[in-house]
Design a protein around this ligand. Structure first.
Ligand code: HEM
Length: 438
């Protein structure tokens, strides 16, 4: 799995027997034990491991839930209640899975913003980054379909609104959008048929996700890890073996993350959900305010920013189509970051101007999230339009232009120098320079 050669030596006859036939232990050792890891990784680099944990936790809890869940319009809602009340520890498994979706997105957003800040998308990690964007898309599809399954009011109306978006294609070719929507629904409205197919795909997609994650980690081990300086590993003292240095840090990061996770699961399991989803789906009653889960809110704000007029530009019948295109583009544009960012320097630590734009971009995403939770009217729409423009300007103007105009700060000569100072000055007297990567 990696470009690095494993130093694995089987210690038993049994180990040697396997190593000559199926060297899985050698592969694991080379990838996760003696793999050269930059010596200066901070706690933001523990989120890859945290995400791997979240993926496994979602699959394990999901498989158990599926043993008790009934994917039909008549029984879905009650089966979730029965899992919470009647199944042994069902409440815990269900809370773990529903809170787990939020924690998964929290971790993935931190992981992505870490990549944006330290320029982890830049060469040679372009494929690694694009695989990350594919992961995000698959996660979004999985979460969207999963939210339909409890068959509450918000499940039903959320799926109605979002699948209906495809009808915007009718403005390009009459009947095309409606045909797609009916094909997705499996009928002329959202029904038990839709629920059943979403359940099937919700079960399948996490395994597709696992496959893409394996490729993501393979690409990571081929290009090697970035680090806070953005410099490559040049000298042996720049790196340490992954185990125990990075693995123990990962364990601490995961433990801290689990405290937050457990707090939600055991104390406020419904805090991140919507009260309307505890009312059984009713196709005859529309909730006053349809909102998705928090992790979709920035994209939802972009979608709804396109009303009949966008910052004074009349959109007329194309408003909905523009909103749908902008919403999907907001995710897809991140995949082009490696080519949009023209700077020679990776890490924003050494990019005095870009750094401010990065923080403004982070603020823009939070602001869009807030606006997505508000009704699409009045001043909220105007602000959503302004921040939508800011969002795209970051990629289309800031990344290409700031990279050309900015003078980066002086970079350290190596990772070792960034950690220890020149000539290892930060070392206590008598200590040796640095642990060597094997
Ligand atoms: C299920 C979701 C994901 C899993 C399990 C996962 C896993 C990992 C792991 C284990 C690492 C190495 C440890 C670390 O750097 O934190 C990593 C690195 C990385 N991931 Fe992900 N990842 C996921 C999603 C994403 C997404 C959505 C993106 C971006 C769109 C992304 C971009 C990257 C990049 C650029 C690196 C290299 C970072 C560096 O070396 O600085 N990942 N990922």
């Amino acid at each position: 799995m990696s470009g690095h050669t494993s130093s694995y030596v089987p210690t038993s006859r049994w180990g040697k027997w396997w190593d000559e036939r199926l060297p899985v232990a050698r592969l694991m050792h080379g990838s996760f034990v003696d793999f050269p890891t930059p010596r200066n990784l901070n706690y933001l680099w523990t989120f890859g491991g945290i995400l791997s944990f979240c993926l496994v936790a979602q699959i394990v809890t999901g498989v158990i839930l599926a043993m008790h869940y009934q994917p039909s319009a008549a029984e879905a809602f009650n089966s979730i209640e029965s899992i919470r009340r009647d199944v042994n520890y069902g409440w815990m498994i269900r809370n773990f899975h529903s809170v787990g979706a939020s924690m998964f997105f929290l971790a993935v957003y931190i992981h992505m913003f870490r990549g944006f800040y330290y320029g982890s998308y830049k060469a040679p990690r372009e494929v690694l980054w694009i695989l990350g964007v594919v992961i995000l898309l698959v996660m979004m599809a999985t979460a969207f379909m999963g939210y339909t399954l409890p068959w509450g009011q918000m499940s039903f109306w959320g799926v109605t609104v979002i699948t209906n978006l495809f009808s915007a294609l009718d403005t390009i070719y009459n009947g095309l959008g409606t045909a797609i929507v009916e094909w997705l629904w499996g009928g002329y409205s959202v029904s038990g048929v839709t629920l059943n197919r979403f359940y099937s795909l919700h079960y399948l997609l996490p395994f597709v996700l696992t496959g893409v994650v394996v490729l993501h980690i393979w690409a990571l081990h081929t290009a090697g890890q970035n680090n806070p300086t953005g410099l490559d590993i040049r000298e042996p003292s720049d790196s340490v073996p992954m185990h125990p240095y990075a693995t123990s840090k990962d364990a601490v990061g995961l433990f801290a993350f689990l405290i937050l996770f457990a707090w939600f699961v055991f104390f406020v399991p419904d805090y991140l959900g919507h009260p309307d989803n505890y009312v059984v789906a009713n196709p005859l009653v529309t909730p006053p305010h349809i909102v998705p889960e928090w992790y979709f809110l920035p994209f939802y704000a972009i979608l709804r920013a396109f009303t009949s007029s966008f910052l004074g530009i009349p959109l007329g019948q194309y408003a909905k189509l523009c909103g749908v295109v902008a919403m999907f583009s907001a995710v897809l544009i991140t995949a082009f970051s490696p080519w949009l960012d023209t700077s020679r320097v990776r890490s924003a630590k050494y990019r005095p101007i870009f750094k401010w734009f990065f923080w403004f971009f982070a603020f823009t995403c939070v602001a869009l999230g807030y606006l997505g939770s508000k009704p699409a009217e009045g001043v909220y729409v105007t602000w959503a339009q302004i921040f939508t423009v800011c969002y795209f300007l970051y990629f289309l103007v800031v990344m290409p232009i700031v990279g050309l105009l900015e003078t980066p700060k002086k970079l350290p000569r190596s990772i070792t120098e960034a950690v220890l100072g020149r000539n290892g000055a930060a070392l206590p007297s008598g200590a040796t320079a640095a642990p060597q990567a094997r």
